[in-house]
Ligand binder design. Structure first.
Ligand code: ZN
Length: 615
């Protein structure tokens, strides 16, 4: 089992630092100022939502504040933690509801705030909060055992989330009630493997069983049970993931779900919450299984689906993103999505529903917390080659590992290891699954998932790694193809006009910069294209201040495309049909610059390989 070096040791640099700064200055960094459900939450004594929204928000805001070492953000996070802990009731109950309301209160948020407090304790070592957390979780055990509260609705489907604070507490103090509560929750909670038949056929009806966020969260439960109860993870998560992707997988490593599983489709939506929850599950699954295939999956979601569904300034997000997305507008009639309303594809403050507004902020900070791991006390595993610095102590010797890279926009990294005194340990560099191999300091490695360098490190040592890869076309359903290079997926970019909407609904104001936007393609038919050659040239660019810039990407692929006959989805003039009517080029091939999927807000990702035009 691996353990990530905690956030106090990790210092984001380069584009990752810039991305976190953008987040701090955007929507997720300002909800306590602009959004009633966080600003005036019942969790801190206000009159607004007192359930999942504040814990969701803190789950991203706290690590963000710590990673940026930003005093202003830290004190705003502290204010919430203090207010929540100070409202704890005599018997340990933490959630904002009266004693009489407890039996009806959905205790999913009790698990969620437990997860947040455990992370806060890990980052601060604050014993006062640790004590509050222990009392809160013990109180849940007592009340659940006595039948005074119940595991219903979201709590029943998200029971495993409680295992995260329980794991934290158990490692601090071995108390019998902790594994007992884990077993009780497992017994009362949803048994996901038994639901898997229902994931094979999408239905136009909302159900807990096929809820894509439940499912994205659920993937980590075998890992958590294994870590807490010492059970072996026998591949349950892998089996469930294979089945889910077979029936609902997308070209960017996510599941269709808007917000229930929506089948194999390049035009059905994927909810933002499910993207960040998948990432978090993958982070756990790698840590517990040590299988770096989970890191490959993490990168695919993180570098494609996550930035794609956020605006450059991170002031707006989508509820649902589509892989082939030719417009983001409110459907005039019936929603195209199976289980979400007509506005779920807009970029905005809370299009469709506010869960993603609160929850979307965990994606980037938790990725940054997953860069470096260790399996014992004398190894460092460099999991993700993102620009950063690790400051750790091994065998009593301060060690820094600095990663200078533009990864994933460039497929190489330079690690600089500095030790104050000679120190023996292993430094392992991951080789991603998409790479044909890697060259480390001039030596080529193939068929490996990591390169371990064990030596006595002293002074300053540089290690260079280059991943071997070429752009590739991967086959997708309906005879279509997507293009990948490294962990990035590439798409035909459709330049968009952003049409602002400012308004107020139910006391929630949308005002620039936290307004809504509809996106219209500048050229109406520019999306009806296919690949008309096999050439693909990598072009590197300087980019601008936004890592996944929608106007100035740091990398593009040059290829040829041509026009093809492709209809709209039946009854919708802003959604492409799943597949084109023809496969024949209608005009001469044209040189086309493909953007990283995460940069292209309107895009065609899955396209056919065209036959030359008939003469
Ligand atoms: Zn959501």
């Amino acid at each position: 089992m691996y353990r990530y070096f905690d956030g106090r040791c990790v210092f984001p640099r380069g584009w990752l630092y810039d991305q976190l700064k953008i987040q701090a200055e955007g929507q997720f960094g300002n909800l306590d100022r602009i959004w009633p459900d966080v600003r005036d939450s019942a969790w801190i004594g206000g009159s607004c939502e007192g359930w999942e929204r504040v814990p969701y928000w803190l789950d991203g805001f706290i690590p963000l504040a710590f990673l940026l070492r930003d005093e202003g953000l830290l004190s705003r996070a502290q204010k919430y933690i203090d207010a929540i802990v100070s409202r704890q009731q005599e018997d340990g109950w933490l959630c904002p509801c009266s004693r009489e309301e407890r039996a009806q209160y959905d205790i999913w948020s009790a698990f969620l705030i437990g997860k947040v407090l455990a992370m806060y304790c890990e980052l601060t070592g604050d014993m006062r909060v640790e004590d509050a957390l222990r009392r809160a979780m013990k109180n849940l055990f007592d009340l659940l055992s006595a039948g005074e509260i119940h595991l219903e609705s979201w709590g029943r489907y998200r029971w495993f989330e409680a295992l995260i604070p329980l794991l934290y507490l158990y490692e601090k103090k071995n108390e019998a009630w902790i594994p007992a509560l884990a077993q009780l929750l497992e017994a009362l909670g949803t048994d996901y493997p038994s639901l898997r038949e229902s994931w094979k056929t999408p239905i136009n009806r909302w159900t807990f069983d096929t809820h894509v966020v439940n499912i994205a969260m659920m993937l980590k439960y075998p890992a958590l049970l294994s870590a807490l109860l010492g059970r072996r993870e026998e591949g349950t998560a892998e089996m469930l993931w294979q089945l889910l992707t077979e029936y609902n997988g997308t070209a960017v490593g996510t599941l269709t779900g808007d917000e229930c599983l929506a089948g194999i489709s390049n035009v059905q939506g994927t909810e933002l919450c499910s993207v960040v929850e998948l990432m978090y599950s993958f982070e756990w699954l790698f840590a517990v299984t040590g299988d770096s295939v989970w890191l490959d999956r993490l990168e695919k979601a993180a570098f494609n689906a996550l930035p794609a569904t956020l605006s450059d300034d991170m002031w707006t997000h989508q509820y649902d993103q589509q892989v082939n997305q030719i417009a983001c507008v409110t459907f005039p009639g019936k929603s195209f999505f199976r289980t979400n309303p007509s506005d779920a594809g807009l970029f905005g403050l809370e299009p469709c529903f506010g869960c993603c507004t609160a929850n979307g902020g965990q994606g980037w900070p938790k990725l940054a917390l997953s860069l470096y791991a260790h399996s014992g006390d004398d190894d460092i595993f460099c999991a993700l080659a993102l620009p950063s610095q690790l400051r750790a102590v091994l065998h009593g010797v301060p060690v820094t590992v600095t990663c200078d890279s533009e990864y994933p926009f460039r497929l190489s990294a330079r690690y600089t290891i500095r030790c104050e005194q000679p120190c023996e340990f292993s430094l392992s560099l991951r080789v991603p699954g998409w790479a044909e191999g890697a060259v480390v300091d001039g030596q080529e490695y193939r068929g490996v998932s990591s390169v371990a360098l064990r030596r006595i490190w002293q002074g300053e040592t540089a290690v260079n790694i280059t991943y071997l890869a070429s752009p590739r076309k991967v086959s997708r359903p309906h005879g279509l193809f997507a293009v990948e290079y490294g962990p990035l997926v590439f798409a035909l970019n459709l330049p968009a006009d952003w049409v602002m909407q400012e308004y107020e609904r139910k006391g929630v104001e949308r005002r620039f910069p936290y307004c809504d936007y509809e996106l219209y393609p500048r050229t109406k038919d520019a999306w009806q294209r296919g690949f008309s050659g096999s050439d693909m040239t990598v072009v590197e660019h300087r980019g601008d201040g936004v890592p996944f810039s929608s106007v100035s990407p740091r990398i593009t692929l040059r290829t040829h495309t041509a026009q093809v006959a492709w209809d709209y989805a039946d009854g919708y003039e802003t959604v492409a049909a799943k597949a084109p009517a023809g496969r024949e080029a209608l005009d001469a091939p044209e040189e086309t610059e493909l953007f990283p999927y995460g940069c292209a807000k309107l895009r065609m990702t899955e396209m056919p390989q065209l036959l030359p035009p008939r003469i």
